[in-house]
Design a protein around this ligand. Sequence first.
Ligand SMILES: Cc1cc2nc3c(=O)[nH]c(=O)nc-3n(C[C@H](O)[C@H](O)[C@H](O)COP(=O)(O)OP(=O)(O)OC[C@H]3O[C@@H](n4cnc5c(N)ncnc54)[C@H](O)[C@@H]3O)c2cc1C
Length: 442
Amino acid sequence: MPGPDSGAGESTDGVPMSWDFSTEPEFAAKLDWAREFVRDEIYPLEVLDLDHAEFRRLAAPLQQRVKEQGLWAAHLGPELGGQGYGQLRLGLLHEILGTSELAPFAFGCQAPDSGNIELLALAGTPEQKARWMRPLLDGEVLSAFSMTEQGTGSDPRQFTTTARLVDGQWVLNGGKWFVGNASRADFHIVMAVTEPDAPARARMSMLIVPTDAEGIETREIGLMNDPDHKHPVWSHCEVSYRDVRVPAENLLGDRGEAFTLAQKRLGPGRIHHCMRWIGVCRRAFDMLCERAVSIDVHGGPLADKQTVQNWVADCAAAIESARLLTLHAAWKIDQVGASAARTEIAMIKYHGAAVLHDVIDKAVQVHGSLGFSTDMPLEQMYRWARAARIYDGPDEVHRVSVARRLLREYSPTPTPSEHVPTRRASALERFREQLDVAAVLR
Ligand SMILES: Cc1cc2nc3c(=O)[nH]c(=O)nc-3n(C[C@H](O)[C@H](O)[C@H](O)COP(=O)(O)OP(=O)(O)OC[C@H]3O[C@@H](n4cnc5c(N)ncnc54)[C@H](O)[C@@H]3O)c2cc1C
């Protein structure tokens, strides 16, 4: 039989709903300010080929202006200096920040620092908060989240990096892969097996590891969008930890709690990612439309060709659907928490990544060779968009989890519930009397 109402068509799960797609004027004004600021102050930095140090120097006064507007680290609650906006409003802000890869840094919400601050806020001791979280929050230091191991990233149960408690110190051994900003960070939050005999989800713990500890080696990896690792904001690294010693008090959260904490870190983070992708889509879409109305081919504007019109119409619908899906997931997190919104969060991950890729692809196509060249930002957007299908868990893993959860609402049946002859027999039985009466009347 088909499952209960909470199946594929209903994502509210009993949450009372009031539909309102408007934004309060006060917050809309903040969004207007952010939109103008990103366009006027941050877009110009994109084309200066800045290295990391130069970018940080130029970003510092911008960060100050963001702080003055009360938009710094907006993902945090008021107790940490954020605004406690909730995921829905944050989503709208991230849509604007996503239009430039450099913007989240100026707003104090760039990955992985934003997620690490949330982790420290969630699980840190008062000492850990003062020593590691506060400077991160103030933008004085950088951090890395060191979780993935090569070839097993999608299945954390296979991670082998270990930490053993020896004479009051954790001794860390193992290798991590694709760790964002590991070479630039002041500390890493590392996931390591500390309870080898525990059930799969309780084997790992999180440790705070300062990058000046003995035994850490870091190699920067070239990426499809950054082959020479010159990106002004991020590096991505292979990291080896050999007999790295940190004090026992550098354990973050409880022993065996890493898996649970990582899930909490990733849920709302996906809303921010997806809304940033919508921002990228909008910028690519604007380029697509501008080009379509700007050039003539074979006797008329490109915009008059039906193929291009189809792309414009399809891209607009795809962007809007991904946006609404993401905002709905954000709303649900605000209403009932990230755990109850797992299906929606997973859905936006693979749907958003696909829309991102397709919209940029069409924008490149409409620009022809110009779109393929570095004279337009599209080729860079296209290469970076490819990563969206892999990071934050590959799309396939999210699809599996959505499908599993939805299928759980259904049970096997020897005859399909909608089988017409069976339904007809049942309906005849139920309405026999009325039908007989009708026959008499006829
Ligand atoms: C740009 C970028 C930034 C990143 N930043 C960080 C970071 O800061 N810290 C960090 O720790 N990690 C980071 N990662 C790593 C990221 O988390 C992993 O790449 C991701 O979890 C996938 O793991 P993997 O690359 O080892 O893929 P693998 O586990 O090797 O999987 C390979 C492929 O197998 C397929 N697959 C896997 N599982 C399934 C399944 N259940 N069903 C069907 N197909 C499946 C998928 O197609 C997948 O792409 C980053 C990655 C990228 C690309």
